[in-house]
Design a protein around this ligand. Sequence first.
Ligand code: AGP
Length: 609
Amino acid sequence: MCGIVGYIGKKHRAGEVLLDGLKRLEYRGYDSAGMCVMDEGREQTFKAIGKVNILEKKIGKCRTKTNIGIAHTRWATHGKPSIKNAHPHKSGKIHLVHNGIIENYQELKDELIKKRHEFYSETDSEVVAHLIDEENKKYDFETAVIRALTQICGAYALVIIHEDEPKKMIAVRNSSPLVIGVADGEFILASDASAIIQHTNRVVYIDDGEMVVLTPDTYRVKTFSGKNKRKKEQLLDWTDDEAQKEGYSHFMLKEIFEQPNAVSDALRGRIILKNGNAKLGGLIEVTEQLRDIERIVIVSCGTSYCAGLVGEYMLEEYAGLPTEVEYASEFRYRKPLVNKKTAVIAISQSGETADTLAAIREAKNKGALTLGIVNTVSSTIARETHAGVYNHAGPEVGVASTKAFTSQLSILVLLTVFLGRQRQMSFTMGKKILSELKHIPKKIDKVFEDEKNIKRIARKYAKYESMFYLGRKYNFPIAMEGALKIKEISYIHAEGYPSGEMKHGPIALIDKNFPSVILAPNDSVYDKTLSAIEEIKARGGKVVAITTEGNREKLKKHANDIIEIPKTLEMLTPLLSVVPLQLLAYYAGAKKGFDVDKPRNLAKSVTVE
Ligand code: AGP
């Protein structure tokens, strides 16, 4: 997830509008920033590593009176944060900024190199500039863009300018957001309205498969196949802050709702159904070493630890690899038994968690192969592990981890198939898992349809002081994650427990003031879970059940409140069952008036012991 801005108009200096827009979009990415402005076809490009204020200092007084320009604040996906990898990218007279991921960039790059194109960056985005430039040798600017689009696969919002056409700007969208701010004598293009509303509240949202051609006086929208589109303007009455959150009241809620996209981005280009296998570019260099691995140890903290626990179930059942999950803070100080036949996997959203980093250093020291499942490109853990897979979930702003978690689970499924296929997993099984995994984003959307019911339940239970979160097998880690979420956001004491363990002691706590949230999907342990529900009900405890759709009638007499999730493979249920738990925590915290995005005593990235 990056932030892009474009300006074309007669009223302002482009550079000023762009810098201001970048500052407001910084929450979307902040590892580097850049800008290209044009004055009568003379281009000026500025780039800086780090935040937008560093770019601003670099630009200094060089802000000439320009009225067209593009800018970008980056959240790295392909290629580390560096000046070379910062946008805008150029080829010949074409300059562009990109938000998204080009899946087939390597094939396209190889072809373009054969045609003598020289590349300066490691990014997927630069390939698009070269493709347009190549097409522009034979076709006009607009046609060249369309011809380039027919060759790229992936997600993109692109804003493109041409040195020979200083009064034209082209933008296109496929699966990455893009909105036009419309004012008299000027237009602003951006990833979201926060870069726009201080200039105008008139906006037009661009849809997938649409292209916009703008001049200082007018704009027209057409489909990639050339059909003109009439678009409706909308009037926004958002504040700056609301615009950054795209109308959601908190980043946490926005990020919960971003999960279908975060999962799609984690899977993009990595599912190869015809081979029944996953393609994980970041593991290519260690592929042969991974064949010889006899054991896996996952080290992580908090939510990332819960993701690791789900991974353990998947890896053991489907890849046949003995797997243990350890709190990184424990692993680092005991005597871990690892060797070169052990892969130690660090899972970390930030890539900077001190305990996880120390655990990885310890494992490396003992000769283990270290891998990372990390969201932040070029973070310390990403750099210090031997190899790894990036999440591509975009920055997570809310302290409570939500979209990073489902994205971590998605990568763990891909890894299970990859390692499984190196061992005993059949083509049919690999294909079955991956085909169903592809449907998960749509099924998460389906969970959101029950938001009203979840909100009602959250408000009802927000008054309790203590709760149990119970689950079994794949959903035991989700019970732990649900309890962690409600603790940190709503300050309710909650215990995540394996439902089968209740009868060994904790059930003594149950009474009418101690409700339980029970994960009860239609899986191989459903009957056992039903027994746990009965045991709790028999002791006067209230029950909220998360179950598979179609079960409501059957469960009605057992549970006080019911939330349904779509049917999926047992190993994939955690990707769906966690979503209502995130919403429960969010709405309970919001009802109590807490600062959901910045809960007390917590930090987003824990870089101390
Ligand atoms: C979860 O909501 C928390 N923010 C916290 O438990 C977090 O998952 C943990 O600190 C690990 O962070 P990491 O994924 O960045 O390493």
